[in-house]
Design a protein around this ligand. Structure first.
Ligand code: SF4
Ligand code: SF4
Length: 149
């Protein structure tokens, strides 16, 4: 599952969501009129949704019927931009995080996100419970299986 940005973001792009995403999976590509969530990097933490002033962000299962096409639109943006990157289009203003996607980039992003959660818990800007909620899906993406008990 992943979160999806839909039509209300078009031409708004205030990037409020970017600041709170713990895994930096919301991308602001140069030349695009909205932001996109990388579906393989999103850990479904829900941090971004309340930040959006125009309610453009939805969990996959809750994308309204009229905006279902944005599920593919988000995913396709990354195909488009990774093709451009491979073709040597390296715009400085493309995405804040590396826009290449793929296993190596994702796992390094996840490692950084794990570190960030630990730092936040240590700094008490995140409760241990909230930290754990963020860490479990992150560690699972890193191949660590978490079992209850
Ligand atoms: S749900 Fe969490 S991980 Fe996914 S885009 Fe929003 S803030 Fe980022
Ligand atoms: S907070 Fe909402 S409107 Fe702003 S960039 Fe993110 S999705 Fe778009």
């Amino acid at each position: 599952m992943a979160y999806v940005i839909a039509e209300p973001c078009v031409d708004v792009k205030d990037t409020a969501c970017v600041a709170v995403c713990p895994v930096d999976c919301i991308y602001d590509f140069d030349g695009e009129n909205m932001l996109y969530i990388q579906p393989e990097e999103c850990i479904d933490c829900d941090a971004c949704r309340p930040e959006c002033p125009v309610e453009a962000i939805f969990p996959l299962a809750e994308v309204p019927a009229q905006w279902q096409s944005y599920i593919a639109i988000n995913a396709e943006a990354f195909e488009r931009h990774s093709v451009e990157a491979a073709a040597g289009d390296e715009s400085d203003e493309a995405a804040a995080p590396a826009a290449t996607g793929g296993g190596a980039a994702a796992s390094s992003a996840e490692t950084e996100a794990v570190k960030q959660v630990l730092v936040d818990v240590q700094a008490k800007t995140l409760t241990p419970e909230a930290g754990l909620d963020l860490l479990i899906p992150l560690l699972e993406k890193c191949g660590v299986t978490i079992t209850d008990g």
